[in-house]
Design a binder for this molecule. Structure first.
Ligand code: ADP
Ligand code: MG
Length: 299
């Protein structure tokens, strides 16, 4: 699939519950607040967590009369036909259409992927300029990247997911000569330093060396991430007391800072895109972009 212009961020990991959808949504909204045009695609046709996030946000904003930014969002239909082959075909077509629609218009495209391997998951990975893999602070989660030798502690064999990424990398190289910048992002980091945490950190660094990816310090374990989903709010939105049940806390401020640090660790081409914007249309600086365009095909 030919693609120019938009910078694609894919959030992927075969481990469910590692924080893919939460990270995808927060990255997308953060980039909107930075003044970029952001599109999002939910490839997880079963759970559709990102899509629900986007919907909840739209409904909440409408209900409260809030002027907050939204992504241009696409999702795959939940309603399935009888033929698996035809369903895959339809998913592929929708995905292609979505990418074609935003590739010259959006600055960033954030793609959330499911915790299972499908052709579409593979295609999405091969389009990534930046691949973000959230990893929980647990040795079990590391096993999803590579099997670890119990004696030496060295990564032994690449996991199914790591091989999927390596294939996507080769495909990408063959298509347009570009490389995928793969970043493992620690998520739900425990606030308390522990032996397990230090072990995870050391292992992650070894795995990263073996897989040719980077490790970024991500986000701590914070209750606030679980409470925001029903309203589709993020830690970047102006959260009122009503919503929070109190004033924004230190934890909330720290979460913002962690995301800022994370985005800077991702080395996204924000400066280049900003420069291109300035050169193109100095008047077009409204950070509140197009309202959500949903594919209403699943109801
Ligand atoms: N940093 C965090 N702190 C606390 N809870 C988190 C954090 N990140 C994610 N979660 C919670 O973990 C669960 C799984 O997150 P989700 O983004 O749906 O994962 P995935 O998409 O990988 O399945 C959700 O309940 C979410 O609210
Ligand atoms: Mg998810």
């Amino acid at each position: 699939m030919a693609r120019r212009g938009v910078h694609v961020i894919v959030v992927g990991n075969e481990k469910g519950g590692s924080g893919k959808s939460t990270t995808a949504f927060h990255l997308a909204i953060y980039l909107l607040y930075e003044g970029f045009k952001v599109a999002s695609i939910d490839v997880d046709s079963r759970q559709q967590t990102l899509t629900w996030y986007v919907r909840n946000r739209r409904d909440w904003a409408r209900n409260r009369g809030l002027r907050i930014p939204h992504t241009t969002h696409f999702h795959l239909p939940l309603a399935r036909g009888d033929s698996v082959r035809e369903n895959h075909r339809a998913d592929f077509d929708l995905f292609r259409q979505a990418v074609a629609e935003v590739e010259h218009d959006a600055d960033f495209l954030v793609i959330d992927t499911p915790g299972f391997d499908t052709n579409l998951t593979r295609l999405a990975h091969s389009l990534a300029d930046t691949l973000v893999t959230p990893v929980n602070d647990s040795l079990i989660d590391l096993n999803v990247m590579a099997q670890i030798d119990p004696v030496t502690g060295e990564p032994r064999e690449m996991s199914h997911y790591s091989r999927l990424v390596q294939r996507a990398r080769s495909e990408r190289l063959a298509i347009d000569g570009k490389t995928i910048d793969w970043v493992l992002v620690r998520n739900r980091i425990s606030m308390l330093s522990s032996r397990n945490m230090r072990q995870v950190q050391t292992m992650l660094e070894r795995i990263a060396l073996r897989l040719g990816c980077r490790v970024a310090d991500g986000i701590a374990e914070r209750v606030i991430f679980r409470s925001l989903f029903p309203t589709g709010m993020t830690v970047f939105d102006p959260l009122d007391e009503d919503l929070l049940g109190g004033l924004p806390s230190m934890s909330h401020m720290s979460a913002r800072q962690e995301y800022r640090n994370l985005v800077s660790a991702l080395h996204l081409p924000t400066a280049e895109i900003t420069a291109a914007h300035k050169a193109q249309a100095p008047a077009d600086s409204d950070p509140v972009h197009k309202f959500i365009h949903m594919m209403q095909t699943d109801n």
